[in-house]
Design a protein around this ligand. Sequence first.
Ligand code: ARG
Length: 370
Amino acid sequence: MPVPAPHTPQPAQLPAQAELFVRQFHDEQPAAGDPAARLRQVLGEIERTGTYRHTPAELAFGARVAWRNAARCIGRLYWRSLVVRDLRHVEEPAQVARECFAHLRAATNRGRIRPAVTVFAPDRPGRPGPQIVNAQLVRYAGYPAPGGGWTGDPAGAELAGQARGLGWPGGGGRFDVLPLMVQRQPGDAPRLFEVPADAVLEVELRHPQFGWFAELGLRWYAVPAISDMALEIGGVRYPAAPFNGWYMGTEIGARNLADAGRYNMLGEVARRMGLDMSSAGTLWQDRAVLEVNIAVLHSFRAAGVTMSDHHGESQRFLAHVAREARAGRPTPADWSWIVPPLSAALTPVYHRYYDPVDPGQRPAFVARGR
Ligand code: ARG
């Protein structure tokens, strides 16, 4: 008997999870007809091989419902239009990396960003799938500065250290795109792949009124693509399934560039604005963070790169909740993730609560752990 990989969902639960999924697939898509024949096929395949293969239609449906089930995501209105790239035959790190770069190019779409997921080989009995070490396909390196403090993104420091340990030179800059690190299976030494420049669209940040803002030399990448979560569908686990949407401005303007533990830019912005920084009570941070967000939205719009603001995205989320209710489905949501980190109470999502989250709900994107 082959020994299952540590993360493979328990074989004992597989038939039940597979059945639940196949029934859901047929329930939600009456055109798929009666599930009985497919169920017999799936259960037989599990008995013979210890696993089963999703049809392309099941895979696409499963990935889209995994997005629909993502309780922390405010952008779920368009879950049906997720582009699903079926790369289940790919498991070698070099090929995984190449397809991740193809994903970035396709998702970027010259600025008209398309939400997409690329699904690589699943875990199978005795043969775990590949996995991506990076938290996102594109992220900036962080380097601890000699006198304390940081160069670059502190959130990319651990990975930069790991990459350097594997021979990555590391540019020492503020916005160095980290190399992609791919493992053939958990426990293997990651292989390192430089992300080609033509796969990464970036936007230089400027402010519509403050000319000095461009001198800060800030930029951000166009496509947020989460790569360290596993996709679980009907008891089958896909450990490498990078997915992307587009950015909401506050992710960059109120967190990545503003957090004290990230680019920590509010002090410098406030100084340039000439604000009274003698105490937090002058609200200098609040005024600075607002202008950073204005610059982010302005720059992406001027560059023709898809980005939403927190007002529009909040409205769309409530439209999604209403549409799901009409379909007879709850919309589990995590209030603390849905509510934007800027002007929270100005958005309608702040003023209500949501259906409780069931961590066991599937299909789902799940934290992969290490
Ligand atoms: N908040 C993360 C970041 O700033 C990205 C998370 C996913 N965001 C998205 N809009 N799909 O990089």
